[in-house]
Design a protein around this ligand. Structure first.
Ligand code: 6GU
Length: 237
């Protein structure tokens, strides 16, 4: 997969050289380049922002550098992290992981001139996404989050592909709690069932825990969970 990130803070993306994303870059599964938006400015001050039409606080990112930047790296699927985007989900991560070329546009200040997004949309798919109902300084950290969610779904990035099918959100439920050795720690014991060796009982216990956890922590997810996915044993939970 090819990924271009356009930002005025390339230094934010140091972490994308670490851990499994760094490894995916090393093995060629991920070809990621981070570009400084100011490359595409032409004034001596390399200005990327200006005051908003209609007034109001803060500054808006000017369209010209963005237009040139997107022409230089595109076309691809343009992802614009923004607090006014649609909520980013595991399904979005899976959809993005199936694409050949992603372009991330990192906005700062009060955002990017809307015409940049409208103009890009005439040439390529555009996805404006939000990570949640809070406001960040800019899209940079959001891009790191989205890149983690996407990269780990690329074939060959995770050693154990089972961890993708078993995990929280893949199945529409939160996962059960997990434990490792020692069996007793600070007078807290690992649930006996997990040490029983009875794989049927263990699967049942995990399913119960997933249902109870999801119902108590994420009633919104539980409400959207298809009743047809609940069997008779689930209903007892
Ligand atoms: Cl994706 N970007 C920014 N700038 N702020 C956010 C966000 C994204 N998601 C929540 N707040």
């Amino acid at each position: 997969m090819r990924v271009d990130v356009i930002t005025i803070f390339p230094d934010y993306f140091g972490p994308l050289s670490l851990s499994l994303i760094g490894k995916a870059r090393g093995t060629g599964l991920l070809d990621l380049e981070v570009h400084d938006l100011r490359t595409w400015t032409s004034d001596v001050h390399r200005t990327v922002d200006d005051t908003p039409y209609g007034g109001g606080p803060g500054m808006v990112m000017r369209p010209e550098p963005w237009g040139q930047a997107l022409a230089a790296v595109g076309p691809g699927t343009l992802v614009v992290p923004s607090p006014v985007g649609k909520p980013f989900t595991q399904a979005d991560a899976a959809a993005l992981a199936s694409l050949d070329h992603l372009i991330f546009a990192c906005g700062r200040y009060e955002g990017i001139d809307q015409r940049v997004i409208d103009d890009a949309a005439t040439r390529m798919p555009v996805l404006e996404v939000s990570l949640g109902d809070y406001v960040l300084f800019g899209g940079e950290v959001a891009v790191i989050v989205i890149m983690e969610a996407v990269t780990r779904l690329l074939p060959g990035v995770l050693g154990n592909a089972d961890s993708l099918t078993e995990e929280s959100h893949a199945a529409g439920l939160l996962e059960a709690p997990v434990y490792t050795k020692p069996a007793s720690w600070r007078e807290l014991d690992v649930p006996d069932v997990l040490r029983s060796g009875d794989h049927g009982r263990i699967a049942r216990w995990r399913r119960d825990q997933a249902l109870l956890r999801t119902a108590s922590r994420r009633p919104d997810m539980m409400a959207g969970y298809p009743p047809s996915s609940l069997d008779k044993a689930d209903r007892k939970t």
